[in-house]
Design a binder for this molecule. Structure first.
Ligand SMILES: *Cc1c(COP(=O)(O)O)cnc(C)c1O
Length: 481
């Protein structure tokens, strides 16, 4: 494919701007002006359309192919949700909050408030803030709330406990708030080692951060007991709810004993995840943490109007400039109201069924280190294939050639040669069957001709990369630099 710079012809243009009808601005001081014209391509509209359409076809997306990336919920998001977000595009975040009820911002405030209320209902929490802009941002907000709670009570706390299967952002967020991390290993049954957990729990522990189901896709049957043990030490329970697909409408973390939760709206609720954003990581809390929530908060008055309360005293302050990433929030609200209560229950049932189907159809050809009913994702190991020299990364490359985005590989870290598959609820049995057939083909090829993997992928614009070099010596310039 020829890139737009290569198609550039001096003097060719795609737009004709109307003559200016406003007074000319004073000239920029000479020191601030560029010495040479910018090296921009000169191209027609058609050249530009072909350029961007060509690039988009090199991009892999859920809209083109199956994308079973574990721990990431790459499910299909209905296009109507984009329409919903667009409805709010005309509203600037600085739209004035006019006196009670008469404001242009009623609709926006109402959406943020009602979304928070719906998420509180889904998670069993008392109140939700929509301010955080990503999952990790939500985690940090949640841990700051926990720190504020302990400080207000005069508790001397030093540690945050995380299982070794946790997402890397969990220990990172707790560290950024100033806590030291205690890591608890995973027991052979696939959940946090309960005995080790009991040993590390002291009155110096501020919080326990859990993902449930964990990154092995397993639901911890001792979760209630873990909450009780933590609470005995006045430690708060933090639920990493980045991926809620497995428990929607089935389990409410607030009912189990969790005190804080963050959600990734850009995984579970209507916005695709990846590519660096935009995201939204609302945080839900139980009553005892409400006084510390980011402030000001959006409130609903008795007459049904929405407003913003006065800045609260004990609040941790704002965690973002406004009330969150509004377009993502609008999509989440549209998704929740469209799908409804019964629909959300179906989402989790189908997501879990799909993952178990894939697990059962592949476990005779790939090692399954934790062989139990899984939730929304299942984790295999390529250990058997490694014996003939084929690694998880090779299987990933094979899948690329066959039109699939590879599953997550080498995560979670506690599984050697991990292959983590999350099919999501939006894929049909036919798609899963076709994927399973290709995964089985990879396992057969690993036995019959392991050397064949070395040159894969063969069908992509770039072939096998030196991944270490690509990560360490990044060069993303188009012109050789
Ligand atoms: C994706 C994810 C996060 C982090 O979310 P970001 O929006 O990428 O910051 C945290 N925990 C888990 C389990 C995740 O899957």
């Amino acid at each position: 494919m020829q890139l737009i710079y290569e198609k550039s012809v001096p003097g060719r243009r795609g737009v004709r701007l109307p003559a200016s009808d406003v007074p000319a601005a004073p000239e920029l001081p000479a020191a601030l002006r560029r010495k040479e014209p910018a090296a921009l391509p000169e191209a027609s509209e058609l050249d530009v359309v072909r350029h961007f359409t060509g690039l988009s076809r090199r991009n892999f997306s859920v809209d083109t192919n199956f994308y079973p990336l574990g721990s990431c919920t790459m499910k299909y998001n209905a296009k109507v949700l984009e329409e919903a977000a667009r409805l709010f595009a005309p509203y600037h975040p600085m739209v004035p909050l006019l006196p009670h009820g008469s404001s242009f911002s009623q609709g926006c405030l109402g959406l943020a408030y009602e979304l928070g209320a719906a998420l509180a209902e889904i998670t069993g929490m008392d109140e939700v803030t929509t301010q955080p802009l990503a999952g990790a941002h939500g985690e940090m907000t949640g841990i700051m709330l926990i720190a504020a709670y302990h400080e207000a009570k005069g508790n001397k706390k030093k540690y945050v406990v995380v299982p070794d299967s946790s997402h890397g952002t969990n220990p990172a967020s707790a560290t950024m708030v100033g806590y030291e991390i205690i890591t608890v290993p995973t027991a052979p049954y696939g959940d946090m080692d309960l005995d080790r957990f009991r040993e590390v729990m002291t009155d110096e522990v501020a919080a326990v951060m859990m993902t449930c189901p964990n990154t092995l896709g397993l639901f911890n049957p001792h979760i209630q007991e873990i909450c009780d043990i933590a609470h005995d030490h006045d430690a708060l329970m933090y639920y990493d709810g980045a991926n809620l697909n497995a428990i929607l409408g089935k389990v409410r973390p607030g009912d189990v004993g969790f005190d804080v939760i963050h959600l990734n709206l850009h995984k579970t609720f209507g916005t695709p995840h990846g590519g660096g954003g935009p995201g939204s990581g609302p945080v839900g809390v139980k009553k005892q943490l409400v006084p510390f929530l980011p402030s000001p908060r959006i409130v609903k008055y008795d007459d049904g109007c929405y407003g913003v309360d006065a800045p609260a005293h004990g609040s941790i302050g704002r965690t973002s400039g406004f009330f969150g990433n509004f377009g993502v929030m609008a999509k989440a609200f549209a998704y929740i109201t469209m799908v409804g209560r019964e629909g959300l229950i179906q989402v989790s049932e189908q997501a879990v069924l799909n993952a178990n189907y894939v697990m059962h159809r592949l476990k005779d050809v790939y090692d399954l280190p934790y062989d139990q009913t899984c939730m929304h994702e299942c984790v295999f190991s390529a250990a058997r294939q490694v014996k003939s020299g084929v690694h998880a990364i090779d299987i990933a490359k094979f899948l690329i050639d066959r039109g699939y985005h590879p599953p997550t590989v080498y995560f979670p870290l506690i599984v050697k040669e991990a292959i983590m598959i999350e099919p999501t609820e939006t894929e049909s049995k036919e798609t899963l069957d076709a994927f399973i057939a290709v995964m089985r083909e990879a396992a057969e090829l690993a036995e019959s001709d392991p050397a064949a993997f070395a040159e894969m992928p063969r069908t992509m614009p770039v072939t096998r990369l030196d991944e270490t070099k690509a990560a360490r010596e990044q060069n993303v310039c188009y012109f050789g630099c």
